[in-house]
Write a protein that binds this ligand. Sequence first.
Ligand code: LM2
Ligand code: CA
Length: 479
Amino acid sequence: QKDPHYKDDRDTMVHLFEWKFDDIADECERFLGPMGYGGVQVSPINENLIMRNRPWYERYQPLSFKINTRSGNESSFASMVKRCNAVDVRIYVDIVVNHMSGDANPAVGTGGSTANTSSRSYPAVPFSFADFHQPVCSISNYNNATEVRNCELSGLHDLDQSKEYVRSKIVEFINRIIDLGVAGIRVDAAKHMWPQDLKVIYSRLNNLSVAHGFPAKSRLFIYQEVIDLGGEAIKKGEYTSLGRVIEFTFGIVLGNFFRGNEQLKFLKNWGNGWGLLPSEDALVMIDNHDNQRGHGAGGATILTYKLPKQYKMATAFELAHPYGTTRVMSSFNFTDPSIGPPADKNGSILSPEIDPKTGTCKNGWICEHRWHQIQQMVVFRLVAKNDPINNWWDNDGDQIAFSRGSNAFIALNNDDEDLKQSLVTGLPAGKYCDVITGQVKNNKCTGKTVEVGKNGVAFVDIPASAEDGVLAIHIGRQS
Ligand code: LM2
Ligand code: CA
């Protein structure tokens, strides 16, 4: 349950936050498949409460398990999964099963269902009073594990997953999407559910669908949201026997480094031993939909698209480093942290418009996953395979470089001095195209060309004032 089931040697998923299913399917075919992305995380797919002004977080307030949200309905979901699988891009669904909605009157959902929230009646599932934790209480003390798991998170009505009936409804929902061809799930608010209950639920899930191309007996990829920054009752290690856990410390610490608060040389032994989970238990990111806007925990040092040079450097390091399984965030622009995705006056989500010249998104969508430097680092990671870090170099300060075996080499300059240095790249002799400043087009490199000599040494030049503080070459891009 820790294997993302990427096709061939693909790697890295992108969270297409709030995208519509039809647009995701198009993106799989026209961009993600060809570029080597391994998969897409989609926003919660089951019916949610319609909230005034349509904040993004209404999707974390379920009214039923019908697949019907502003992203689309069950048939557009099914068609997306098929089309993405057909181009070797897997689909991962954000599952919200800790709770239903908070109180709302009237409570009307994106699929037209209604609920009587104060009496905990959700007839479209159906759930009723007895399916929720009692007595009703709200979470305030994170040193009390029972309170964190049995009380309400921000007034969201807390399902009791120890009840057989509740388990059966959750299992039914997840099995339905497994049969539609999904490869995995993000388990929202996993920290707020008991590991022993999740264990029972996971054990009742179907194998992945052979009809949709998965090998026989493959198990669902599970990655769980357990925010553990230390100092609370609930530990991320309580969930690693069940699946992967999202490692929130990763983006917090790297954000701090690439903001210039710590010298990059200290990243030499990054990974296990930094208070991080074992690599094979972790799913990592630089930012997510919560901490990029100050929701969830640990937001202060988080880097986002708003600080592009630092963000691209941190993302390059994430993707160049072998630790964890990686996710890239794809955002819409915001200043107000509650605001929902770009939408028309009826509240229908707008499709991202793509500039045909630059390949970047317009009309409010940021599409970090299409930024040249990020997309090229996804390819770098795929070429690096599982090879270890070799040839580490640093200037005893904020300039570092390393190779991944003899497949790929990266240098990063976060210093106020230029990086001008002959470095051992580990690569076979030849001419390489720096994939950060350019790409190979008609057999020509549009960016810096880097010459690796017979001894594997190359001259590396990253001015402190450069648009990007990164140089990256690999055996897939020679010129
Ligand atoms: C998560 N992880 O555990 C999600 O990643 C996060 O985005 C979700 O919170 C949270 N769990 C619950 O699924 C978001 C958002 C909250 C928002 C909830 C529910 O960060 O701010 O809470 O979704 O929509 C909102 C209001 C809050 C209110 C609550 C209930 O912000 O003030 O509490 O709705 O009406 C009274
Ligand atoms: Ca709970």
